[in-house]
Design a protein around this ligand. Sequence first.
Ligand code: XMP
Length: 322
Amino acid sequence: MPEVKEIRASELDTKEFIEKKVSEIRQTVGNGVAINALSGGVDSSAVTMLGAKALGQRLKTYFIDNGIMREGEPEQIVSVFKNMGVNVEIIDAQEEFFSALKGIEDPEEKREAITQTFYKKVFGNLVKKSGAKYLLQGTILTDIDETVAGIKRQHNVFEQLGIDPQEAFGYKIIEPLVELRKDGVRKVAQALGLPSSIYNRMPFPGPALCARVIGEATRERISLVRKATSILEEELASVKAFQYMAILHNDRVTGMRDNKRDFGQQIEIRCWDSIDARKATPTRLDFSLLEKLANRIVKEVPGVVSVTYNIAAKPPSTIEAV
Ligand code: XMP
């Protein structure tokens, strides 16, 4: 992998950076068409804006609805971009993802199923159909470091798409954010005019709500954790924390409802204080806030009889449970 020179957030001139990247994208793509997938995260959002600024309608942006996003997320993201004058097409791929996840309980196998379905099936087909010769990707410097260190899977789109570079001669990957880290990308996203709901966005994992369901991620179990997540995000909206989440456990516990025994579901809440996710400690949330959360979750999420709050730090815990 060629050496990439880091641009630190403190020395980043966003105006100059944006102008340079827009002109580079224009030069590379020429009269051609480019394609990209938007998830609503800060990296793919910044790339979408840079691409749209450079290419206008010649950038085809897709939001892949994998069925494991949060409540209303696809529509919210598309509407943010519509307000910015950027057209994003939602691709309904829920069926593909849920059938790939069927019967899988192992965390790494779940991640692998999502990656394969995204690259090989859904996005791979879109790229082939679109006839685009250029792919815009939101790879950042941290992704490259992690790839080199073997922590994350290769960010090699050719390989992930199952495309033989020889056969697909002419395909080019454009990675405009590759000199930046997350704090730099946030500055660029803000300078591009994106709203704070995007540039200050709380981290959300690629495997989405699937990372918050222990065991098999069926439509029903995702729907359950999605409801708990909505309540949590509403109640904790004003809390200053690095990240918070609701997790659906795989084992059940005895509870009681309407004077009857109910062997019900358990939701675990996590809320983290952290600088960079490498170390994290549980936020000392107000107990009355936790009680309010628990009351709402048992009332509003069907079948839940237990709500717990994680008080173990990372390490040895991790931020996500899966
Ligand atoms: P962990 O659980 O490893 O999480 O302490 C550290 C940070 O990374 C996010 N995370 C992921 N992000 N794909 C992602 O894009 C993943 O598979 C993944 N797993 C964890 C997590 O939300 C936290 O911010």
